[in-house]
Design a protein around this ligand. Structure first.
Ligand code: SF4
Length: 202
């Protein structure tokens, strides 16, 4: 059972100098720091990411993330509005759909803000909880573009159980991806064992 530490962040969005060639995003941010999914290969534990406490058990929750995002995307607050480019919520130090999200619903709120300001989104997750937000992701897709990507270490249950102990089974993730496709969104899988490869499903 994780301990949730609510925090007030000072800023949110990270801007890349160039569009990330893997995730095609120019902007990113984390809502959670630390991740209850606790994949054993996760590099979020590396010292350079400065995640305090025990990575899979001490989860920092940026409870003001939706307000910060609104402030940072609002073009009337900027001399130079941000270029329209893909935003990738979540990343290496915390899945945006980890268990804490069930109650906090911060990812859902930030998606609404992204939609309000007409930015495209690339949602990368390992959790089937993303199904809850397919309604808002569809709205984003209708306005700009929404992509939902999963990552898998293996399609074999027994192997995934070792490497990704806190996650739904690979089969369940693939079923969720199928729902993503049924809703008309783009989606695919990052396979993370051996050489990374991205498979986009038509
Ligand atoms: S879901 Fe992602 S962030 Fe969370 S532990 Fe696994 S690899 Fe790390």
């Amino acid at each position: 059972m994780a301990t949730l530490h609510e925090t007030i962040a000072k800023s949110l969005i990270r801007k890349h100098k160039r569009i990330d060639s893997w995730f095609i995003s120019r902007y990113g941010f984390n809502i959670y720091r630390g991740c209850e999914h606790n994949c054993i290969y996760c590099d979020g534990r590396a010292e350079k990411y400065y995640v305090e406490g025990e990575f899979g058990k001490d989860i920092r929750v940026k409870i003001n993330a939706p307000d910060l995002l609104r402030r940072e995307l609002d073009p009337t607050r900027k001399r130079k509005p941000m270029k329209k480019a893909f935003i990738l919520p979540g990343g290496g130090v915390g899945d945006s759909y980890q268990p804490a999200e069930k109650d906090y619903k911060l990812t859902r709120q930030v998606l609404k803000v992204i939609n309000e300001y007409n930015f495209p989104v690339h949602m990368l997750t390992k959790s089937t909880l993303v199904e809850r937000d397919l309604d808002i992701l569809t709205q984003i897709n209708n306005n700009t573009k929404a992509i939902v990507s999963f990552s898998l270490s293996s399609v074999k249950e027994n192997i995934a159980r070792v490497f990704e102990p806190g996650l739904p089974s690979p089969l369940k993730r693939i079923e969720t991806l199928s729902k993503v496709k049924t809703m008309g969104l783009s989606g695919g899988d990052f396979f993370t064992s051996g050489n990374s490869v991205y498979i986009r499903y038509p």
